[in-house]
Design a protein around this ligand. Sequence first.
Ligand code: C2E
Ligand code: MG
Ligand code: MG
Ligand code: MG
Length: 288
Amino acid sequence: YQAKNRRLGFAFYTEEMGKTLKEREALEADLRRALDTEGELDVAYQPLISAKDLTVSGVEALVRWNHPRLGSIPPPVFVPIAEECGLIGRLGEYVLREACRTAGPLNLGTIAVNVSPIQFRSADFASRLFAILARAGMAPERLELEITESALLDSSGTSAKALRLLRARGVRIALDDFGTGYSSLSYLIKLEVDRIKLDRSFVQELGTCPRSSSIVRSVIAMAHAVGVSITAEGVEKPEQRDFLVSVDCDTLQGYLFSPPVSALSLIENFSIGFRRWQPATHPPEAPR
Ligand code: C2E
Ligand code: MG
Ligand code: MG
Ligand code: MG
């Protein structure tokens, strides 16, 4: 079965990757080794664009795993494996360290890092994070943690405590993938986040579904009413950009501006002092 899988090629393998117990176990062992050596792991950076003047206001760090035999494995395949086998803490800290090292010295504003709900709920999350920031000489004010609502729905109170601790020190919190979960906007606003990241499914529908324009407009107005900023994910078309700018969305992110790029591309852009992104001169990361 495995041999057959391999013969069917990469696309098929990606879809089925990690589906059988045997494959999962193999991937888990491979991921453990990748974390030990760090050679196969990498971080890509996608520019966050200020809607006000279309300049770069920060980057989102996105983990990459280049498997020696299977090639690039998408995060939605291996992040859940890391969560289930107790490796997510190490993976998350690798991304944070790497993002601080690469993007920290660049004058590019916010560094956004995704945090798994499981990592976020661990008791020593905040103290470990502050230690990494201190060692990197990174101001907490530059860091924005992207978490999903499930990380905040924690009856034990650990999350609420961590959230307060982080925000008291200046770390900002963004609610990722807004609109894909179950919570109402009014509930989410009570969580005291700094930013909402509108899921790309809403952005995709702009212009095709008349209702989605009204929804996006209302979400932005309600968030602004309580001082919460809005980022639109997955902006791919000029019409989407124009609509989002017209309804006062704060930040735009998507292939229209730039795909996630390598650390090298990021450094090349910013070391020469560009605030305006130049995607044409910087090839995107290798296709996955
Ligand atoms: P996310 O946090 O919502 O990240 C945005 C995803 O959308 C990224 O996929 C990005 O490459 C993709 N994207 C950006 N612009 C566009 C666009 O215009 N169109 C489309 N179709 N897609 C766009 P990626 O890098 O494959 O990551 C997928 C998910 O994996 C992330 O979703 C995040 O939930 C998770 N992830 C990635 N890196 C990390 C990490 O370091 N730690 C944790 N815990 N999760 C991560
Ligand atoms: Mg994110
Ligand atoms: Mg995310
Ligand atoms: Mg998202």
